[in-house]
Ligand binder design. Sequence first.
Ligand code: BGC
Length: 279
Amino acid sequence: MAGSAGGNRGVIHSQLLAGQKALVTGANSGIGKATAIALGRAGADVVVNYVVGADEAEKVVTEIEAFGVRSYAHEADVSDEEQVVQMVSRMVDELGTIDIMVANAGLQRDAPVTEMTLAQWHKVIDVNLTGQFLCARAAAKEFLRRGVVPEVSRAAGKIICMSSVHQIIPWSGHVNYASSKGGVGMMMQTLAQELAPRKIRVNAVAPGAIRTPINKDAWDTPEAEADLLRLIPYSRVGDPEDIANAVVAVASDLLDYVVGTTLYVDGGMTLFPGFATGG
Ligand code: BGC
């Protein structure tokens, strides 16, 4: 069975996304990988984007194909305009169209502000924010060209931006990352407002602390995990499948009336847990 840790796999109705075509950026590891697999399990054909890690991407493709849907890996840097345009145009050529864009690719380059280089700032903004803009724009153009196909979905298309609890929680030592995710929140709302009249739904999913390579230091020793759990009222670190299931739900017509919303999937991290015993 596909997926890694977590007892919450496969709970989404099977075939919820039958006949839909999805693209997930950064889908060779972590949240993107789990999301690509969950979309395939729900019946969608899935393009697995990656920038480095071709072998991992091919393994994800194989897992997805086992569900009887189509999949292929596509190397592209989401911060490169031409590569993003080309990625979506190949998808239209090979799969016919795109119905679901999951703008997931993201990274961290952490440093205290006085030590943060301009290159670190640009890298994170370019991938996490500009990359999502380029992916959303390319998908929106195809959604508008095609319009609504009622047998496939009530919407002309769905854009799901992978945000973070740091869309609203300031984060010392990570000003580039927190700024990128704050930007993702406003970009998502603005695009949702602009595109909703054209039947395109734009939303964000905002993970808290999820067990992935990006934050390994925060959970891979018992001491680190205990420290992290102080920030999570629900007392467990999230699994990539927690986020993947949320993306499948938001992408599906079950949530057709959800437009311009950020769904926090964080075990309560955004509930100001420091105030649970005082304030
Ligand atoms: C970051 C992780 C962090 C989590 C909660 C995520 O967006 O990428 O490194 O553990 O937020 O702070």
